[in-house]
Design a protein around this ligand. Structure first.
Ligand code: ADP
Ligand code: MG
Length: 279
């Protein structure tokens, strides 16, 4: 039942990539995974083999749903990867601003369906959020169990650290900073041959200590895996990136330690079946 969110102060850092590959890691370990795309870029599904031109999605249909609590059921897509996907949906800039306004005014539009999915104790939601401050990311922070913040290994990211390391930017329920055990940082795209890049990763590690849950090196297998709509672990299992990402994802698994699935199940019945399943 945990909700894990990937966030970052800026875009292009590898948030979507690491969210998708963490989803694959949970699935590999036998968990039922719902990958939730909160970014209007609507790019998460591509990692799972979903149709990139599909226009429907959870966020763009929240207001239209007859029952907000069950809004997710008609939007859930099974993907060739075996991971269930809740796409953001296609939206224009104007529609995205309108959705953000609705979410700020009525957080329950998003909280209710997520709580319904999470009422199934076997389901793990991995959410990809838009870069920087966003309505959906802000709304879900009240129910996030673990937040992964992705940074680049450069000077600009290192100087931001005091601002974003939990005392400031990323806050959970009731606006309190995320407790250490619910917040992990990853430095991504470290350049093996760059002293500056390695030095920036070291500086992040000195600042963050055990809160740094991953150092992921820049590796061309990562974009190649995306081009194949595959996980890095499946596409290039022996690659440095596959090892780095797996080590990071396992830290997230350890932090939330959800019960693993022993057999299959129907995700579409997750919320509705809860009452009957326990009787
Ligand atoms: N460790 C890495 N090595 C090489 N390329 C990477 C790595 N992580 C991400 N990328 C690439 O960087 C680009 C941005 O990644 P993406 O996950 O879309 O970032 P974000 O979601 O933060 O905008 C993509 O082309 C992705 O394939
Ligand atoms: Mg992204």
């Amino acid at each position: 039942m945990p909700l894990i969110a990937f966030a970052s102060p800026k875009g292009g850092v590898g948030k979507t990539t690491l969210a998708a590959n963490t989803a694959y890691e949970f699935a590999r370990l036998g968990h039922r995974v719902v990958a939730l795309d909160l970014d209007a870029q609507n790019a998460l599904g591509m990692h799972f083999g979903a149709d990139p031109y599909e226009r429907a999605g959870l966020i763009t249909s929240l207001k239209d749903a007859a029952s907000p609590r069950h809004a997710w059921q008609t939007q859930l897509q099974e993907t060739p990867s075996g991971i269930a996907l809740l796409p953001h949906g296609h939206a224009t800039f104007a529609q995205t601003f309108a959705i953000n306004t609705d979410l700020i005014a009525t957080p329950e539009l998003l909280i209710a369906p997520l709580k319904d999915i999470l009422s199934d104790p076997e389901v793990v939601i991995i959410a990809d959020t838009p870069p920087g401050p966003g309505a959906a990311a802000s709304v879900i922070s009240a129910i996030v169990d673990y937040m992964v913040v992705v940074l680049l290994s450069d000077a600009a990211s290192v100087v931001q650290l005091p601002k974003i390391d939990g005392r400031g930017m990323y806050r959970g329920a009731s606006g309190a900073p995320f407790p250490v055990e619910h917040l992990g940082f990853v430095v991504n795209q470290i350049e093996m041959r760059s002293r500056l890049s390695r030095g920036a990763a070291d500086a992040a590690e000195r600042h963050l200590g055990s809160r740094l849950i991953g150092r992921v090196y820049r590796d061309e297998h990562v974009p190649e895996a995306l081009a194949r709509q595959s996980s890095v672990a499946d596409y290039a299992p022996a690659s440095k990136a596959a090892q780095d990402i797996s080590a990071m994802a396992l830290k997230v698994v350890e932090a939330v330690a959800p019960p693993a699935r022993t057999n299959g199940g129907d995700l579409h019945g997750a919320g509705a079946s809860k009452e009957t399943a326990t009787t």
